[in-house]
Structure formats: structure tokens, C-alpha cells
Design a binder for this molecule. Structure first.
Ligand code: CU
Length: 149
């Protein structure tokens, strides 16, 4: 009986470890949200996502407390040269690869803002993954790209 309980406990421990490992496969660097006027209904965010695991990680969406709606946007260039955003439903990151969400390209879009965070504030954003727990990171609000300064 005791033996049974121990093996169950071990199994639970193993599952927790597996979950923790799956969660850690996605690393974030250089996250920031572009500061916007307090009346803005939307704001954009940028970050580099690195898949440190050995399986493809697919991001299927995002969420944060300050926005009623959050998603990934892609950017396409129209015939007249202007750029248009579109909803990016899936973003696959191959094992060992890094994908950057950067100004002018793919980005995080926060919509239906419930409040607009000011420059200097930090906002946690979680990326929903096809498999496993969401991956979360903190986005500081800045006026310009950290790489510009
Ligand atoms: Cu957008």
C-alpha cells in the first residue's frame, strides 16, 4: 500500500517536471511595448522568441490583463507599396530557432485596451501555445525600440 502511494507520488513528480520542461522551451528576450497616447485603443509589442527545446513550438495567440483582445499580427506589403496588418493565427518556431516580432514585421497586437499603460510601466503578456502551458514574459512600455538607443 505504501509502495503504491510512493510510486503515485513519484509519477506526479515526474509529470510536474515534464510540464516545467515543456514550459521552459520558449525563451523571451528584448520584449517591449510601444508607448501610445492614453486614448489609443491598441498598442503593439515586440519580442524575440527562442525555442530552446527539441520540438517545434507553435504560438497560437496571446493574452494580457490590460487588453480585451490580443493576437499576433503579420505584415504584408500591398501592390501600392503600403503595408497592411493581418491576423497571424499560428507562428511556428522550429527547435533551436529564434523568431523576432519587430517593428515593420510580425508583432504582438493588444486590442480593446482596458487601460493604456504609461511609459515605464511593465505588463505581463502570455503567449498561448499549441501544446503545454502558455509562456509568459514581462513587456516594459517604451517610446522607442531598445535597439535604437
Ligand atoms: Cu497589428
Amino acid at each position: 500500500m505504501i509502495r503504491k502511494a510512493c510510486s503515485d507520488a513519484l509519477l506526479a513528480g515526474c509529470l510536474l517536471l515534464l510540464a516545467a520542461a515543456a514550459h521552459a522551451d520558449l525563451e523571451f528576450s528584448g520584449a517591449w511595448l510601444r508607448a501610445v497616447p492614453p486614448v489609443s485603443p491598441t498598442m503593439a509589442g515586440y519580442v524575440t522568441l527562442t525555442n530552446t527545446g527539441d520540438e517545434t513550438v507553435t504560438v497560437t495567440g496571446a493574452q494580457t490583463e490590460i487588453a480585451g483582445h490580443a493576437m499576433l499580427h503579420g505584415m504584408k506589403t500591398l501592390e501600392d507599396g503600403s503595408k497592411k496588418m493581418f491576423h497571424l493565427h499560428r507562428l511556428a518556431i522550429a527547435a533551436g530557432e529564434a523568431v523576432s516580432l519587430a517593428p515593420g514585421g510580425n508583432h504582438l497586437m493588444l486590442m480593446q485596451l482596458e487601460r493604456v499603460p504609461a511609459e515605464g510601466e511593465e505588463v505581463e503578456v502570455c503567449f498561448l501555445l499549441e501544446k503545454g502551458e502558455p509562456g509568459c514574459t514581462v513587456f516594459p512600455v517604451k517610446r522607442t525600440s531598445p535597439s535604437d538607443s
